[in-house]
Every structure is written in C-alpha cells, then in structure tokens.
Design a protein around this ligand. Sequence first.
Ligand code: DX5
Ligand code: ZN
Length: 212
Amino acid sequence: MNKIIVAPSILSADFSCLKEEIEKVENSGADWIHVDVMDGHFVPNLTIGAPVVKCIRKITTLPLDVHLMIENPEKYLDDFISAGSDIITFHYETVENPFDLISKIKEKGIKAGISIKPKTEAEAILPYINELDLVLVMTVEPGFGGQKFMNECALKIKKIRENASDNLIIEVDGGINSETAKICKDYGANALVSGNYIYKAQDTKKAIESLR
Ligand code: DX5
Ligand code: ZN
C-alpha cells in the first residue's frame, strides 16, 4: 500500500483566521485539505460554499478534497470545479445516477469520489468502484466534527478494499485519531480525514505523524 494520505478537515479550524489555520497544517505535513460543504438539508448543519473554496485555492497549493454533503450535487458541480477543487466527493444517497456525476467530474480532469453514510451498505457502491478515484466511508453521521468513531462503519472499508483495485483511494472520515486511524489502515484505508484530533492538538505535526 502507498503512503497514507492525511487530510485535515478545516471544519474544526478557527474560521476567523482560516489562512493561518491552513498554513499550520500545510507546514505540519498535511497532504490534502478536506473541505466539508453542508447544505442544512442533507445534513442538519450549514457550512461553506464555492466562494470560500475559491479563496482557499489562493492560499494553498495542497489538493482541495471537497466533501459535498448536499442535496442535488449536480446543480453545484461546476461552481465547485471552477473554484479549484481537486477531488469532489458526493454522497451516494443524494443522486439517482452516480455514473452520470462521476463522468461529469472526471471530464473536468479532477478526481471523483462517492461517500456513504453509516446506514448505507458497502455493496451499494461496489458497481461504481471501477469508475471512481476515491470512496469515502463515513464513520460518524455526517454533519458535525468531534463525534465518536463507529467501528461497525469502518468494517465496510474491508469489503470495499477486497473488491477494489489497488489504485482506489479509500478515505475514512469521522472520529479519526491515532487509535481509530490504525483500525482503518488495517482494514485497507489509505486516506484519513481528521478534524478535531488535528486542530485541537498541542503539536500539529506530531498529531499528523501519529495518524500515519
Ligand atoms: C463530518 C465531516 C467530517 C468532520 C471530521 O460530517 O464530514 O469531515 O469534520 O471531524 P472529526 O475528525 O472531528 O470527526
Ligand atoms: Zn468530511
């Protein structure tokens, strides 16, 4: 397995100084910046939209890993692509025809991902894995940072890895710390999103290293 990708979630950052918060993780070894987009419908929280992604694009060279927790993701796709996203992950539960959206994302030359909520089985996304660059397994109910990791959700990583090519990035999101990261890596995950654990740490670099 290749190197483990660490993607700090800026949802746990201090938005009053977002530039410094991004620089902090960038200088501490982060691989990607994970951007949580929520619409108050698909999840019970509202966060940020494409204009903010556009601003973040100006201040970092790290890939922007955009996690769309929104209904009708196809409606906003072009906005997030032109804002400078490098990876766009939409939720399986929000679309009727995932193939359509996957090809629209890939046509623009960026990576396409699908995410599944805790109650969605791994089997649901298996038909799409050969077309995808990434699968994002949620290990909490999406909506908020700082929740407790659900091991039963992480077990889905195993099933997906067994059926996927080595090129598929399996990312995990929700309650990731040094202990839960180990469980996910053992199951076959190779990208870890982490919000609270990284942003609340005294030593950011150490926290990021401990995940790898
Ligand atoms: C939850 C988001 C996560 C979250 C992770 O809906 O998708 O990215 O911010 O935060 P932690 O690591 O604190 O669970
Ligand atoms: Zn996320």
